[in-house]
Design a binder for this molecule. Structure first.
Ligand SMILES: *Cc1c(COP(=O)(O)O)cnc(C)c1O
Length: 360
């Protein structure tokens, strides 16, 4: 048994899905499961999502979609990232819906297809990432429709600034996108990410693609109706070593932390090789026995040290790095702030060395 684990509470995941459902009414729900389901585990989250009645899964590339099909996922899967021409046969074989973001790609795909394929046309309304310019969108739609094997089932765009309410640029993107509504009957129109889902109900349209909020991370200003949403990812380990250290001793690489008095130092077997960022060196705490203690010195590849002062703890005691212990908690949002990044990045960086444990 590995001493560390990532605990995933699928009961809370289902609550999040139901809460989003309630808030989006008749719109469909696409759950992005790219990047190993934001670190939560691609297959297990996709299976739970399928059971919970999610309408569609969003992946970034062929590989993620292929894994899901190989493991029996039946609901629609949309590849959101740009595809490469060498992948067309497999995209078709695995029945993946994919994005067409230029006339060039449309022609390329059409020339290689042997059977009909479901595609979503991507229109750029201001993200400047992928997608045809909004000015060319109507002509583009007509052009793609002329290829009999390309079945256009969706048209979508992506918000750049929807993580805050009442942003004028969101309304600009939305109104440009809605202009296209009449251009193709029956296609699913979608633009809302988590921000759109939370703050811009008029952007829900036929489907929302809500990632971060489904994983439980809400901004402070989130509307009341979403407040039952909560994170369900915890990181726990066990003390692997205990020692008493004299005053004025340096701890870990480069001795960036010095003991101010004789103290107790415990070692935790988690490091940046697991995805626990080195940016948390001397910049964060963990929970032991329901109390917070500071990370002492630099995080190593596979372990780090914690200064527990006068407190008592034993080898094998539980350490919580992310999540709750008794009344105390360390939210992932706190770690993201400490590392000067966003929760998405902290989650995605956890790899498979620490096993994930699913609670149904
Ligand atoms: C990742 C992604 C989303 C989900 O974004 P969140 O901010 O996590 O809701 C939606 N749409 C596209 C195209 C994406 O790439």
């Amino acid at each position: 048994m590995h001493p560390s684990r990532i605990e995933i509470d699928l009961e809370q995941f289902r609550k999040n899905i139901w809460t989003i459902r309630k808030c989006i009414g008749k719109s469909k729900l696409c759950l992005p499961v790219k990047a190993n389901a934001y670190g939560h585990g691609l297959l297990k989250i996709s299976q739970a999502a399928e059971e919970a009645g999610v309408d569609c899964l969003g992946v970034s590339c062929l590989k993620e979609g292929a894994i899901l099909r190989e493991n029996g996922i039946k609901i629609p899967i949309l590849v959101l990232g740009a595809i490469h021409e060498s992948q067309i046969d497999l995209l078709a074989k695995y029945d993946l819906e994919f994005s067409i973001s230029s006339k060039f790609k449309a022609d390329l795909v059409a020339s290689r297809l042997k059977s009909p394929c479901k595609v979503h046309l991507e229109v750029d309304t201001g993200m400047q990432r992928t997608g045809v310019r909004i000015e060319n969108a109507k002509a583009f739609i007509q052009h793609v429709k002329s290829h009999p094997l390309l079945k256009v089932v969706g048209i979508y765009s992506h918000f750049a600034t929807a993580d805050k309410p009442k942003d004028p640029f969101v309304y600009k993107q939305l109104s440009a996108f809605i202009e296209l509504k009449g251009a193709l009957d029956g296609a699913t129109f979608h633009i809302a990410n988590s921000g759109g889902t939370l703050f811009y109900p008029e952007s829900h349209l036929d489907m929302v693609r809500a990632g971060l909020i489904a994983y439980g991370y809400l901004p402070k200003k989130a509307p009341q109706a979403f407040k039952e949403i909560a994170p369900f990812f915890s990181l726990k380990s066990k003390i692997s070593y205990f020692k008493v250290v004299e005053k004025d001793r340096g701890i870990s690489y480069a001795h960036t932390y010095k003991t101010k008095a004789q103290t107790r130092i415990v070692t935790v077997p988690v490091g940046y090789g697991d995805g626990f960022l080195r940016a948390f060196s001397r910049n964060g705490s963990v929970l032991i026995g329901g109390k917070r203690f500071p990370i002492a010195g630099n995080i190593c590849m596979d372990q780090f040290m914690v200064d527990i002062g006068e407190a008592s703890a034993y080898v094998g005691d539980e350490v919580v790095l992310i999540g709750k212990q008794g009344e105390a908690s360390i939210p992932l949002m706190e770690l993201a702030k400490r590392a000067r990044t966003i929760p998405y990045e902290v989650l995605c960086l956890f790899n498979d060395r620490i096993p994930r444990e699913y609670h149904f």
